[in-house]
Design a protein around this ligand. Structure first.
Ligand code: F6P
Ligand code: MG
Length: 394
């Protein structure tokens, strides 16, 4: 079992190619890397072949049509590769998203099998023992290099640009948080990878709105890859099946109203009275509390349940800690493509210029009315609504 995963992790499955900047989509990663999935998980299936792939007919139909062509239609039940091919004609972007999908699949397995003790969760990586977040970091850098379309890659772990050799023209720069919530792996809470894809070679002096794609890998009871592309409507969920394939299982295009809240950095309520007022409002209005302390599952639930609000608000004594480039902007892209809204208190997080790789910000994600309430309660007015304050601001 370990051997095949370590084989991937060392990059041994990655063919050495001289055509680093080739625009041709060489063998898709899903076919290159059977990885641990088909060989190992097949034999461990309790239910046999029939349950490994969910037939398209058993899944609800997609609400969406691909934006780039009227003849191809993205369907629930599509494989990741089918979906991407129907959604964009950018072969470089397809390549990046497929390679990241490969890395997420391996990270998922590594998270599930990490041994946790003391302060770290550790996994074997060839002959080395690596903390699972360090291993995730390494796998993602390798996947981006292998894509041949990544110019710069940058990780929250070491926020410095790494040249991955891809072209500037037609290529991308990718920022990622390799394993958000790595400190809750031992508790068996859901954790995840977050990444954003920008065109060319710039990760500063750009905004979240410049992203061409963003995604998160979610490692919980189910492993999912939730992604959005600039040129395709909606935010899309892919489920990792027993045989190791990603299958399109849900699209989200609207975030409606619903009383579910996910309040981060609550210590800020001690010296931010407006944040305290907002939290009081949720409690008095009998909102349901759904908060794990992992930003990936806490934000993902808004996309999956199609309702709710996530907040992480700062105060003089509890400063903003969430990173704009690695976490906030990619998740903002996913939420807004899903039909939701984001805010730093006064503007969409997608409109914030990323001046430095390590910029931090406060943030809220949610439905339109929740973001109006958030902005009005914190700062007295909302750009989304002129007129009467709602809820806690009233
Ligand atoms: O990345 C930082 C992080 O772990 C997020 O995943 C999470 O939303 C946040 O910190 C939790 O912060 P707090 O414990 O202050 O609510
Ligand atoms: Mg993080």
């Amino acid at each position: 079992m370990e051997a095949s995963v370590a084989f991937y992790a060392r990059g041994a499955f990655l063919p050495t190619t001289s055509s680093k900047h080739s625009s041709a989509l060489v063998s898709p990663p899903s076919s290159i890397s059977p990885s641990f999935s088909s060989k190992i998980l097949k034999s461990s299936s309790l239910f046999g072949e029939s349950l490994r792939t969910v037939p398209k007919s058993s899944l609800k139909g997609s609400k969406l049509k691909s934006s780039n062509t009227s003849t191809t239609r993205c369907e629930i039940g599509d494989s990741l590769e089918e979906f991407l091919t129907k959604s964009t004609s950018d072969r470089g972007l397809i390549r990046v998203m497929l390679c990241m999908g490969e890395a997420l699949r391996t990270i998922s397995f590594k998270v599930k099998t990490a041994s946790c003790g003391g302060t770290a969760c550790v996994n074997s990586f060839g002959d080395e023992q690596l903390a699972v977040d360090v291993l995730a970091d390494k796998l993602l850098f390798e996947a981006l290099e292998y894509s041949h379309f990544c110019k710069y890659a940058c990780s929250e772990e070491v926020p410095e640009l790494q040249d991955k050799g891809g072209p500037v023209e037609g290529g991308f720069s990718v920022a990622f948080d390799p394993l958000d919530g790595s400190s809750i792996v031992d508790t068996n809470f859901t954790v995840g990878t977050i990444f954003g894809v920008w065109p060319g070679d710039k990760l500063t002096g750009v905004t979240g709105r410049d992203q061409v794609a963003a995604a998160m890998g979610i490692f919980g009871p189910r492993t999912t890859y939730v992604l959005a592309l600039k040129d395709a409507p909606g935010t899309h969920e892919f489920l990792l099946l027993d045989e190791g394939k990603w299958q399109h299982v849900k699209d989200t295009t609207e975030i409606g109203e619903g009383k579910m809240f996910s309040p981060g950095n609550l210590r800020a309520t001690t010296d931010n009275p407006n944040y305290a007022k907002l939290i009081d409002y949720y409690i008095k209005e009998k909102y349901t509390l759904r908060y794990t302390g992992g930003m990936v599952p806490d934000v993902n639930q808004i996309i999956v349940k199609e309702k709710g609000i996530f907040t992480n608000v700062a105060s003089p004594s509890a400063k903003a800690k969430l990173r704009l480039l690695f976490e906030v902007a990619p998740l903002g892209f996913l939420i807004e493509k899903a039909g939701g809204y984001s805010s730093d208190g006064t503007q969409s997080v997608l409109d914030k210029v990323i001046d430095n790789l390590d910029d931090r910000t406060q943030v809220a994600y949610g439905s339109k009315n929740e973001i109006i309430r958030f902005e009005e309660t914190l700062y007295g007015s909302s750009r989304l609504k002129a007129g009467v304050p709602v809820g806690a601001a009233a």
